[in-house]
Design a binder for this molecule. Structure first.
Ligand code: AMP
Length: 283
């Protein structure tokens, strides 16, 4: 049988501390790729994107309870550590997968919550405590792993804006790198949650990306935004989606967009069956 090299597994805080001390001592440039596991090509693309810019690559795998609202899929969220290790193979130096108690000890009471991009009425309207959970865990992971660089996907565009804002506000010494969204051949953005889709839902799911693409094209042509967005929602709902939002926003602040002269994004969240999908594209 072929022998596969594997990344070092750092399965608790103590193992991480030892590894980080060694890397810092030898002045290595460290890049962190934070994930919740159930890795797919989207995650692997983040690793590839940053590989040339760092001496050491660290992937964290932590299903963060604090970013799930009580009605969400925290316990059902796919946990596939062995397969994740296989997929990463020897492309990274280490995988940090701490137990919950190493991130949130029993007496943990601190949280980081932002206004600005975290409160623009997109994800926050439907997941009111989500970005508080994200910001807190990312800050904690940054402090534990002290990376020079950290990569986040544009797939979660509001999350990327929230992280950038937090890093700016707190002057965290981390260089945040954005990675483009990886899609299936039919346009569906890769997501760990795609495994929840039934066959029929999977067949319908690319309509999200196609609707974004069509709406963006119409906005570029100068069609009236409210009309374009309303028609986009109607197209999705006709195919069985419940649309949480379809919004045109400025790319930097996430405030409502009114012109194609400034960088802007179309962002969507829609539910089909038990699955909630999000996506976004540049206009
Ligand atoms: P998650 O494991 O869902 O928390 O995602 C970990 C990181 O991977 C986040 O920065 C995501 O934005 C990024 N990511 C997830 N899906 C994709 C994708 N299809 N393309 C690019 N990045 C992605």
């Amino acid at each position: 049988m072929a022998h596969h090299r594997r990344a070092e597994l750092l399965s608790d805080r103590a193992a991480l501390r030892t590894r980080m001390a060694a890397w810092r001592e030898s002045h290595q440039i460290v890049a962190l790729v934070p994930t919740m596991g159930a890795l797919h090509e989207g995650h692997l693309s983040l690793v590839r994107l940053i590989a040339a810019r760092a001496d050491r690559l660290l992937v964290s795998i932590f299903v963060n309870p604090a970013q799930f609202t009580p009605s969400e899929d925290f316990s059902a969220y796919p946990r596939t550590l062995e397969a994740d290790r296989e997929k990463l193979g020897a492309t990274v130096d280490a995988i940090y997968c701490p137990p919950v108690a190493d991130i949130y000890p029993a007496d943990f009471v601190t949280s980081i919550s932002l206004e600005g991009p975290a409160t623009t009425g997109l994800e926050d309207r439907f997941r009111p405590t989500h970005f508080k959970g994200v910001a807190t865990v990312v800050a904690k992971l940054f402090l534990q792993t002290t990376p020079h660089l950290a990569v986040f996907g544009e797939k979660d565009f509001q999350q990327l804006c929230v992280i950038r804002q937090m890093v700016r506000d707190l002057e965290l010494p981390v260089n945040v790198v954005a990675a483009p969204t990886i899609r299936e051949a039919d346009g569906l953005a890769l997501s760990s949650r795609n495994v929840y889709l039934s066959e029929g839902e999977r067949a319908a799911a690319p309509l999200i990306y196609h609707t974004l693409t069509q709406c963006a094209e119409r906005l570029r042509q100068g069609d009236e935004a409210n009309l374009v967005l309303a028609e986009g929602v109607a197209i999705l709902e006709k195919s069985g989606f419940s649309v949480d939002y379809l919004e045109w926003r400025q790319a930097d602040t996430l405030q409502p967009a009114t012109t194609i002269e400034q960088p802007s994004r179309l962002l969507v969240a829609a539910r089909i069956g038990v699955t909630r999908l999000i996506d976004n594209i540049a206009v």
